[in-house]
Design a protein around this ligand. Structure first.
Ligand code: CA
Ligand code: CA
Length: 159
């Protein structure tokens, strides 16, 4: 499996992110460094992560459940990536979603995609698998490839 489509952040970019993160007034340096989910509204403001209160509540819920109420530096980088490069996050996400690695998104895999995307965009709550296939299957072979899925995510995340 080739990974060259995913362009990771450079050392310099990561260094800048780290400095930004550590300089947040509510940053906690224990346990490798984190921000509690209570500070998500301030965190969002600090990085121009423009989301509604409702969407931020979903983000908070996600971090509460998945990460015990903490936003770590790695999580922060992911959040930055959604701002910085929607294409990259979309490709990363599509690859992650293709859990069995067959290059296509199954109905089960789509269900987990929807779950993760809801964190980013509350509007996606009601998309069915059929609607997803219709919208995403650009070469009309009836299957949604990882690339087609990435393009769909990119559109879904873009405004
Ligand atoms: Ca698959
Ligand atoms: Ca297709």
């Amino acid at each position: 499996m080739s990974q060259e489509k995913i362009k990771p952040y450079t050392e310099t970019e990561l260094e800048v992110f780290k400095v930004t993160f550590k300089n947040l007034p509510f940053y906690k340096s224990e346990d490798g460094g984190y921000v509690t989910t209570d500070n998500i509204p301030e965190l969002a403001k600090a990085i121009n992560y423009n989301r509604t209160d409702e969407e931020l509540a979903v983000v908070k819920e996600y971090f509460d459940k998945q990460f015990g109420g903490r936003v770590t530096f790695a999580n922060f980088v992911d959040l930055m990536a959604t701002l910085h490069d929607t294409t990259q996050i979309a490709i990363n996400q599509a690859k992650l979603i293709d859990a069995d690695g067959n290059g296509f998104i199954s109905q089960d895999e789509f269900a987990s995609l929807l779950k993760s995307l809801k964190v980013h965009d509350g509007r996606l709550r009601e998309v069915t698998f059929e609607e997803f296939v219709t919208a995403a299957d650009s070469n009309q072979d009836g299957l949604v490839s990882v690339e087609e899925c990435a393009e769909w995510i990119r559109k879904a995340l873009g405004d």
